[in-house]
Every structure is written in C-alpha cells, then in structure tokens.
Write a protein that binds this ligand. Structure first.
Ligand code: ADP
Ligand code: F6P
Length: 321
C-alpha cells in the first residue's frame, strides 16, 4: 500500500475532521501517501483529489463539519457511476480508500469493494442507525446539542407554564429523540420505532399539567408517525392545559465542535481504518464493539439496521411519570 485516499460523504457529522486527521497521520507515519477526495462521490467522479500531509490536517481536530466537504450523488448509485469512480481511483494510482459516512455512503463503499477495490468504511452520522457499531461519529455531539436545547427550553417553559414540542433529527431512526428525551427528562417521546397517537401525546402533557408540573417537554422525532406541526395543530384543537410552543433546531444538530467522546471515537476509527487497509482487510467497516474497535464486513453492515435497545423505551416511559 503506497497511496490511499480518504473521503467524507452523505450528511456531515461532528468528528469527521478528527477521523480524517487520524487517517492522514497514521498513514503518513507508515510512509503511505494520502489524498483527500473533495465532496464525497461527486469529487471522486470529477477526479477532485488533493494531497494531504500532516500539515493540511493540523488545527482541524476540534472543528465541526468536514474540511473535505461532502455531497450526495445520484450517479454513483448506478453501475456506470461506480465503474467511473473506480477508473478515477486507478488513474490517481490509489491503492486503498477510506469512506467516512452514513449507511448510504457505506453502500457506495461496498459497491467499490465488489469491484475488487480495497475500501474500509468508517461510520459517520448523527443518526446512530448504522449496524456494526455501538456509536457513530457525531451522534454524541448532536445529543449534547439537543440536551443543551432541552435544558434551556425548560427554563423558559417553567417560567411561562408552557409545553414545548422539540423536533429531533435522525431520519427514520429515533435514537436522538429517545436518548435526548430520557436524558433531558421529557414527559413524552415520539419515535418512528414505536409510533404513538396524537391522543397519547396530548394525554401525557395533560397528565403533567394535572400533576401540577410547571412545564412539559415532548420530543418528536423527525421520522415519527405524526410530525411536529401535526402534533401542534392537534394540541390547538385539544388543549392540554399548557400553552404550547414548537422548537425545530434542524441542522444546528449537525454542527459544532465534536465532544470528547466523538473526538476519541473518530480518532480510534481513523487509526484502525488505515490498519485494516494495510493488513489487506478491505471490504469492512470499523466499528465500536464494547471497548474495542473491530472490523465488520460491509455486506453485514448494509444488510442490517441498528435497532434501539428495547429497554430504553421502557426506561423513557417509566422515568417520564
Ligand atoms: P448517508 O451516507 O449520510 O447515509 P446518503 O444516504 O445520502 O447519506 O448517501 C450518501 C451517498 O452515498 C449518496 O448520495 C450516493 O452517492 C452514495 N450511495 C447511497 N446509496 C448507494 C448505493 N446503494 N450504491 C452506491 N452508492 C450509494
Ligand atoms: O443523516 C443525517 C441527517 O441529518 C438526518 O438526521 C436528516 O434526516 C438528514 O440528514 C437531513 O439531510 P439534509 O442535510 O439533506 O437536509
């Protein structure tokens, strides 16, 4: 392995820069040249490569987003696009590739592996929906952003005796909603995994009011059966005691400096990704399993979806009363 490339793809996540830095410095220490591919698969198809030395990745550890930028690219989903991507890698003399991204990006990585190109995936997504790793890069930081919001909302909510509906990102995964609900002390959480009806959300808020609470928080996942505005209009027609306000943080949840946890996870995953490439172990994603970073076959990662442990749903229910 003389020359490798690294890219970030799909939704950005805090900690991606820490992973890029770890890849570059680990490879350079082994006398392997590293090229960064700008804007994910879009840059790959355009041949947009830049040499990354240790200097280029200095001062990025604490920065959110990704210095390589990221993109979503439809063409790469086709066989023709994948063949073109492979050609670009070969033209640049690249011997191995590290793809940092979510489940979609890892499907792209698998496609390259199936073309016999050595590729290692690194799970980067705030959603935490990737099979084969306990946590993905960026999830912890996003969760802390949500918790900060809930803590602040509770201050104003209790001053005015209001209920706040807060939307949490996560696409079809309720991890961020459920965890922020448990850790922020929400009265009710609505997730895609456990659909709850509008009446139940209203009832939970009403119960909190009846118990004499000065505030209530409902966390609604963006992928929940009833989206946040639907919940708000229902509560307008069926008052729950509290005056209701809606907060949507949106992409604020994807930005910001990575937490200590995300920096450590990203750094460890970046180091191990290079080690797997050097060991000739392409076609895997590196993931966190207990205390260890372990390789998981990309086929396995892609064919399954990480599920939230059942006990967290029970915990949220019991602790919200
Ligand atoms: P994420 O990686 O955050 O899940 P996306 O699902 O949007 O984000 O995927 C990012 C990119 O990965 C897509 O725009 C596309 O270029 C590539 N990709 C997604 N699915 C596939 C697939 N089935 N085959 C090849 N490439 C894919
Ligand atoms: O996958 C990360 C994520 O932030 C999801 O939580 C969200 O549904 C989606 O990306 C938003 O995508 P976009 O940045 O294209 O609006």
């Amino acid at each position: 392995m003389r020359r490798i490339a690294v890219m970030t793809s799909g939704g950005d996540a805090p900690g991606m820069n820490a992973a890029i830095r770890a890849v570059v410095r680990t490879a350079n220490a082994k006398n392997i040249e590293v090229y960064g591919i700008r804007r994910g698969y879009t840059g790959l198809l355009a041949g947009d490569f830049e040499r990354l030395t240790n200097r280029e990745v200095s001062g990025i550890l604490q920065r959110g987003g990704t210095i390589l930028q990221t993109a979503r690219n439809e063409e790469f989903k086709t066989e023709r696009g994948q063949k073109r991507g492979l050609r670009r890698l070969n033209e640049q003399g690249i011997d191995g590739l590290v793809v940092i991204g979510g489940d979609g990006s890892l499907q792209g990585a698998l496609a390259l592996h199936q073309e016999d190109f050595p590729v290692v995936g690194v799970p980067g997504s705030i959603d935490n929906d990737i099979w084969g790793t306990n946590m993905s890069i960026g999830t912890d930081t996003a969760l802390n952003t949500l918790l900060d919001a809930i803590d602040k909302l509770r201050d104003t909510a209790s001053s005015h005796e209001r209920a706040f509906l807060l939307e949490a990102m996560g696409r079809n995964c309720g991890y961020l909603a459920l965890m922020s609900g448990i850790l922020g002390g929400a009265e009710v959480v609505s997730t895609p995994e456990k659909p709850i009806e509008l009446e139940e959300i209203a009832q939970a808020l009403d119960d909190a009011y009846t118990r004499g609470k000065s505030h209530a928080i409902a966390v609604i996942a963006e992928g929940a059966k009833h989206r946040i505005h639907e919940v708000a209009s229902y509560l307008e027609k069926h008052p729950c005691g509290f005056e209701v306000r809606v907060t949507i943080l949106g992409h604020v949840q994807r930005g910001g400096s990575p937490s200590a946890f995300d920096r450590l996870l990203a750094t460890r995953l970046g180091v191990h990704a290079v080690d797997e490439l050097v060991a000739g172990n392409g076609g895997v994603m590196v993931g966190l399993n207990g205390r260890d970073i372990v390789p998981v076959q990309l086929e396995e990662v892609i064919s399954q979806r990480r599920m939230i442990h059942e006990s967290y749903f029970e915990m949220a229910d019991v602790l919200s009363r």
